[in-house]
Ligand binder design. Structure first.
Ligand code: NAP
Length: 518
């Protein structure tokens, strides 16, 4: 089946037979995908006209109610999405993060809007600033929705969450979206999108879908539009060089590669509970979604004296990991999203071997023991652990193998651990596992400027911890430098990315009237 594109309220088929997409587990063809011959400028024009008009004629609370209704409807059909998600190599646990995590983000933004936003399309931002002695003239920042289109380009690893986590704040802000999923897993995004359209809940023009190449879409963007991109740094850099951003100053939001680290505090001893928490977190991040998470732990920083013990403990747990058909309840880790994605991980693994030693796993699939699956057909690989015994001079700070791969590296002291963490050149998230308040403080303050999120884990927080890799709608997701230099989500902050901040200077009664009439 050739996936259709949804533009101008119509399902449109490409004018060629498209590219074939295969099941990650058994290699059978699933669908074909193409956007050849599609009118890309039509997407943008329609969103700016019909989409804008329909969205702006609703209020934020009405949009929140629509999001809730949509989320409930998606939940009712979730088993259809779970079944399809298996074809991407995902286990039930992996799919839960993608499917119900995405739907949960819709609920979360709807509730956030109802609780925190007055029912006007223009919001007050911060307090009024007195600008005159009499108080007759004040300054007030206001946020108003962009009058253009939001283009959402997503990576292949979260076909559902990736679409919904961008859509939720965008829709609440009142900006129409054009969604472009990654080719490899677009069949699942397409199914969820199709369901969204069939419900008839969202206003016409508020969402459109491109399956296949984005064609000339980005060339049509202007100053009042925004591109929110998730993917590799190289694609991001190429997109950023488009004149839409370099000349017309359209907004550009990027979530890219990230060499996230997890640091074991120098205070942790061999028989401390924190060591087990640390190892559990590493193994979880390696195996969940077969390591295909932008937040997964890539660099494992441990005190020198703990290096061998940590590897021993991680290895012992990995030996118990059952890999295979993700639809089986016995399986802990499924396949990567496709053979091309696995080849890419193997290539990166070869580069990592330049100065790191493989201590578990690797890219040899000939002896891979799988549960009800065949390694010669499906995109399976072993979770792989490397060791970089010269951590000051290793490619592990630069190469992201986007799969079940991490590198353990020893550090001498806290200053050294901070220096190594910063070698990621800006990351989405870091974890600190320690029970020492002094150690936690030194590490957290030392690395905060290089990270979008920091999780502190110990016996005090373990029971309630949301985990290293979990992205939450009320906290920001993003990071400086290599991670893209942008942010998404973060509660109300996420909505403001789709709005223009304006400083209004006027008499207070005039400001009140402007806001009230929006
Ligand atoms: P990718 O190859 O960079 O692709 C990302 C998206 O960009 C896909 O939808 C892709 O479409 C699209 N794209 C490629 N070339 C384009 C062009 N010329 N114009 C417009 N769109 C274009 O990345 P990926 O392989 O899907 O994902 C893996 C990478 O994403 C990893 O490096 C990972 O770190 C990163 N990632 C980051 C986050 C985060 O939140 N920071 C989350 C997930 C993944 P096609 O698939 O059709 O080529």
């Amino acid at each position: 089946m050739l996936l259709k594109n949804f533009t101008q309220n119509t399902w449109v088929e490409a004018d060629d037979s498209g590219l074939e997409i295969f099941d990650a587990v058994n290699g059978k063809p699933i669908s074909r995908i193409s956007s050849s011959g599609i009118d890309f400028s039509g997407y943008v024009d329609y969103a700016r006209t019909v989409g804008q008009r329909n969205l702006q004629s609703t209020s934020p609370h009405q949009r929140a109610a629509m999001l809730k209704e949509l989320a409930s409807s998606l939940l009712e059909s979730k088993e259809i999405f779970y079944r399809l998600s298996t074809l991407t190599g995902a286990t039930r646990r992996d799919s839960w993060v993608d499917i119900e995590g995405g739907i949960g983000t819709l609920f979360s933004y709807a509730n956030l809007c109802e609780r925190n936003i007055t029912d006007r399309n223009v919001y007050i931002d911060g307090n009024a600033e007195p600008l005159s002695k009499s108080g007759g003239f004040i300054g007030q920042h206001i946020l108003s929705p962009l009058q253009g289109v939001a283009v959402h380009i997503n990576a292949y690893n979260f076909p559902v969450w990736g679409m919904l986590e961008k859509l939720a704040p965008c829709f609440i802000a009142g900006v129409p979206a054009v969604i472009k999923p990654a080719t490899q897993t677009a069949f699942l995004t397409h199914k969820v999108f199709e369901h969204m359209v069939q419900t008839g809940i969202l206003p016409e023009g508020s969402i459109q879908l491109i399956c296949g190449s984005a064609g000339s879409l980005v060339d049509h963007l202007d100053y009042d539009d925004i591109l929110c991109f998730t993917g590799s740094a190289s694609t991001g850099a190429m997109l950023k060089s488009n004149t839409a951003f370099s000349e017309r100053n359209a907004r550009f939001n990027m979530e890219a590669d990230s060499l996230n680290c997890c640091i074991l505090g120098a205070d942790v001893k061999a028989d401390d509970a924190e060591l087990n928490l640390f190892v559990r977190e590493i193994v979880n991040e390696l195996t969940m979604k077969a390591g295909q998470k932008c937040t997964a732990i890539r660099r494992v920083l441990v005190p020198e004296a703990m290096h061998d013990l940590v590897i021993e403990k991680i290895t012992a747990r990995l030996k118990k990991t059952i890999i295979g058909d993700p639809s089986s309840k016995l399986v802990h880790m499924g396949a990567l999203a496709g053979l091309q994605q696995r080849d890419d991980v193997f290539k990166k693994l070869e580069s990592l071997k330049a100065d790191c030693e493989v201590v578990y796993g690797g890219n040899d699939t000939s002896n891979l023991q799988l549960h009800e699956a065949d390694a010669t057909i499906g995109a399976f690989m072993q979770p792989t652990v490397l060791s970089a015994t010269n951590p000051d001079c290793t490619v592990a700070h630069d190469i992201e193998a986007f799969g079940p791969v991490c590198t353990v590296m020893p550090y001498r002291d806290t200053t050294h651990a901070i220096r190594l963490a910063k070698r990621g050149k800006g990351s989405l998230v870091a974890s600190i596992v320690s029970s020492s308040p002094e150690q936690i403080e030194a590490l957290a303050l030392g690395i905060a400027s290089n990270h979008g999120r920091i999780l502190v884990l110990n016996q005090r927080s373990a029971e309630d911890s949301t985990g290293h890799g979990t992205v939450l709608p009320n906290l920001i997701h993003g990071g400086p430098g290599r991670a893209g230099g942008s942010e998404e989500l973060g509660g109300l902050r996420g909505i403001s990315h789709y709005m223009q901040l304006t400083a209004l200077q006027a008499h207070s009664s005039d400001i009140a009237r402007i806001v009230a009439s929006s």
